[in-house]
Ligand binder design. Structure first.
Ligand SMILES: [Zn+2]
Length: 351
């Protein structure tokens, strides 16, 4: 029989993470032989933190620079960015900001066919270097195919200035890889779903780095941002290897997506996924206390109360999330009963 397996993977070509690495942005662009006009995508707040500095450095490096401030990752803002890209005839895009700015930049880059450089000023989830963009269409969160950044410049001295809650949520989103991979292994065994050992190992390792270093991840300490940003980027790479979000998204993510519908806007994606990881780890019969302790040490929520949700909302999310998407997890095809949900939530002190 002929061997026909083929796979395309896209990765960032260069990742620079380190103190004061922000100044390496123009050099990175030249190194990639990007010489034409550049559109910098940032926001009103992130412009003050790093966006304007990046624009000024690019001007000093003799680039033709235009910039746009956007609010939120929506289909409208992505259209706006694409229109500006066309007007400027931009050769490449630079996204400077938190998750939403990067999401819009990577989607606009993909749809405009331009390369893009990612300069995260925060990391509330693991999507910074992933090939997916999370974009709002009205009240719905949609996931789009997007460009993997050609280069990433992650400066911990900038990241640590973002609200701690965001970085703690980013850590929790990476910790979620533990149950995501456990679910993936289960789906591989029970449903013969395609599985990648490399992607799963990388995703798990990223989570382990955060868990093992939890006591060193503290607000205001620049080293914390340095410790957490690499696993965040590695999580993105694991998605590129898998060709989907399987290594980083299982039942704990389904739980978070269910909460987005049941109790929208109460907590951050990563925070919900963190609590989801405690619950799903307990369902797997794994060491949920280790997960809970790591989240607690980092300062991420570990309970329904800290997520600002009621007992009813929690139980509703736990019992309905198996139906969120067609992805086999520990919740199986029919999910868990209210009684089981309450028992697990009580046992893990989420309730
Ligand atoms: Zn996530």
């Amino acid at each position: 029989m002929e061997f026909t397996k083929a796979k395309a993977m896209e990765f960032p070509r260069r990742i620079i993470a380190g103190h004061a690495s922000l100044e390496s942005v123009p050099g990175m662009c030249r190194e990639f032989q990007l010489d034409g006009p550049v559109l910098v995508i940032t926001g009103p707040t992130t412009r003050k933190v790093a966006g304007q500095v990046v624009c000024d450095m690019l001007v000093d490096a003799a680039y033709d620079v235009d910039s746009i401030d956007i609010q939120g990752a929506t289909l409208d803002t992505a259209e706006e960015v694409k229109a500006r890209t066309r007007e400027l005839d931009a050769e490449f895009l630079v996204g400077v900001g938190g998750g939403s700015k990067i999401d819009v930049a990577k989607l606009a880059a993909f749809q405009s066919g331009c390369p893009f450089i990612s300069v995260p000023t925060s990391a509330a989830h693991d999507g910074i270097s992933s090939p997916r963009a999370s974009i709002k269409d009205g009240d719905d969160n949609m996931s789009f195919t997007a460009s993997v950044p050609m280069g990433v410049v992650a400066d911990p001295s900038i990241l640590i200035k973002s609200p701690w809650r965001l970085l703690a949520a980013g850590c929790a989103d990476v910790i979620a890889n533990i149950t995501a991979v456990a679910d993936w292994e289960l789906a591989h065994r029970l449903k013969h779903e395609e599985y990648s050992t490399s992607a799963a190992t990388l995703a798990k390792m990223a989570a382990e780095v955060i868990i093992e270093n939890a006591s060193h991840i503290k607000p205001t300490l620049e080293e914390s941002a340095w410790i957490m940003i690499k696993p965040v980027l590695v999580s993105g790479v694991s998605m590129s290897i898998a060709g989907n979000s399987r290594p980083t998204s299982g039942a704990e993510h389904a739980f978070s997506h269910a909460l987005d519908r049941i109790a929208p806007g109460r907590a951050l994606h990563g925070e919900q996924c963190g609590v989801g990881t405690i619950l799903m780890m307990a369902l797997h019969g794994g060491d949920w206390e280790r997960i809970r302790n790591a989240l607690d040490t980092i300062g991420a929520p570990t309970s329904a109360k800290q997520l600002n949700i009621s007992k009813e909302e929690l139980i509703q999310a736990m019992t309905s999330c198996h139906a969120i998407r067609d992805r086999y997890t520990i919740l199986g095809e029919s999910g868990i009963t209210e009684l089981a949900a309450e028992r697990i939530a009580t046992m893990t002190m989420v309730l």
